[in-house]
Design a binder for this molecule. Structure first.
Ligand code: SAM
Length: 252
């Protein structure tokens, strides 16, 4: 199994600039899903360079950003100091083995990361465990519909060997409900995806990026209709999807 830290340790600075990860519209989606309250203690799992934690910070008491990759957290710490955030903490840890007691957090969020996790059920069980009863968790991750997922899966595996699988929104709901969550919102939305920036975020070599662009461009049938690849001024754009999910942990 490739080590996810090898994928991210040299590209941290890209994630604090990435259009998708820093977009205010995309971060507003998190706030709309989470509905944070001023007294809340929030956990942002796989926080990366802290984009989601920083979006939550003004609306809650404290945010803990957890990530496996030290270099990503160093970038988050640098930005927190630069922007003078006073209510953020950064913890090295694994989404599948959270270093927190049961029923600790008022808010749990994870964005753009579960597709790296080898054991999805274990990570969901940990989310359920550390969240307080009667509170909500948000799960936001890439979620292409079938059959486009099959095309993107090949591309994602070669773009970043630490990619495991993007679940469809239906697969998410099944797993979350099985873990005890009540899924309140489960939707996907499609974005116009800048292929070149996506590859650059992971510092993919130009030859491989060109080869993978051909994989998307050569898609056919329903997958092609879903992906609708398009070349604009010599650059590839195509559809990309995320699941936006809010799940409630029932009260005791
Ligand atoms: C694309 S970045 C996350 C972006 C960030 N959540 C945001 O909203 O901008 C993916 C992150 O997942 C982290 N990661 C991958 N597997 C992990 C795991 N098992 N536990 C914790 N973090 C993990 C990586 O280190 C990386 O920082």
């Amino acid at each position: 199994m490739p080590d996810v830290r090898d994928s991210f340790k040299n590209v941290a600075a890209n994630y604090s600039k990435s259009t998708f990860h820093t977009s205010s519209a995309r971060l507003q989606e998190v706030l709309d899903l989470m509905r944070p309250k001023p007294g809340d203690l929030a956990l942002d799992v796989a926080t990366g360079t802290g984009n989601t934690a920083f979006a939550l910070a003004p609306y809650v008491r404290r945010v803990v950003g957890l990530d496996l990759t030290r270099e990503m957290l160093n970038e988050a710490r640098r930005i927190a100091a630069e922007k003078e955030f006073k209510n953020t903490d950064w913890v090295i840890g694994d989404a599948e083995h959270l270093p927190f007691q049961d029923d600790t957090f008022d808010i749990y969020v994870v964005r753009a990361a579960p597709h790296h996790f080898p054991d999805i059920d274990r990570f969901i069980a940990e989310a359920f465990r550390v969240l307080k009863p009667d509170r909500d968790a948000s799960f936001i991750d890439c979620a292409p519909p079938l059959p486009a997922r099959d095309v993107l899966h090949e591309v994602e595996m070669r773009r970043d060997p630490s990619h495991v699988l993007s679940l469809t929104v239906e697969e998410w709901v099944t797993r979350l409900e099985r873990a005890g969550f009540h899924v309140e919102v489960a939707q996907t939305r499609e974005l116009d995806w800048n292929y070149e920036e996506w590859m650059n975020n992971m510092a993919v070599a130009p030859e491989l990026a060109a080869e993978l662009a051909r994989v998307i461009d050569a898609s056919s049938g329903e997958a092609r209709t879903q992906l609708h690849p398009e070349w604009r001024e010599g650059k590839l754009w195509h559809a990309y999807w995320h699941a936006l999910i809010r799940a409630h942990k029932p009260g005791t």
